[in-house]
Design a protein around this ligand. Sequence first.
Ligand SMILES: [Zn+2]
Length: 244
Amino acid sequence: MERYSRQILVDKFGKKGQELLKKKSALVVGIGGTGGLISQLLVRAGLGTVYINDYDYVSISNIHRQLLYDENDIGKKKVEVAAKKLAEMNSETRVIPLEGHLTSNVLEDYVKRVDIVMDGTDNFETRFLLNDVCVKHGKPWIYSGVLATYGNVMPIIPKKTACLRCLMRDLPEKYETTNTRGILNSIPSAIASMAVSLAFRILLGENVESAIYYYDGWELRIEKIPLKRQEDCPACSLGRYDFL
Ligand SMILES: [Zn+2]
């Protein structure tokens, strides 16, 4: 417990919170800038099990913001590098690498096993699939998105808070990504920290509000925008999983 002593001292956490965390598991889908830091924070905090998934290889353009990787890792598989480094950070947490694109069936299988799903992806196709799988299985997940100088975080507790399709009915036809608009390296770190704070609250059994958080990392401003569940939401109200 010496390892977690500074975390246990936090009154919202305590020894009870720490012991609870040890029994919990998470799946992090995408371990780039945001997902890589989410994985680190969860592993260092002492979750029991952290599954990490990515299909990508480390490239030179990742290094400025993806804190899990350094120059020696260029060309290597992200999950392999990440699994090794995360294991060195905390040998008490089981780190399980899942390589490649997860098909719906495989994703469902892993989502069923974990307590929370963390979004480290950079595309809405995967997020809409994550939303369907998590709503279907009643699993909390946290949407995280970053672009240029800002980001968003949204905790989704099926049937309790608005889900992604309450917010966005359909997959956007066109949207910007960090490949087109870029990203400052201070943004994924901030968004990952916000997502992990929400994950702690959910894993420790605290209520979270139905809201999306907008972070402006240039002006330094956080806005909390309350969201209502939609009665005609195809996913969380009507139980139609169009992306599965
Ligand atoms: Zn919904």
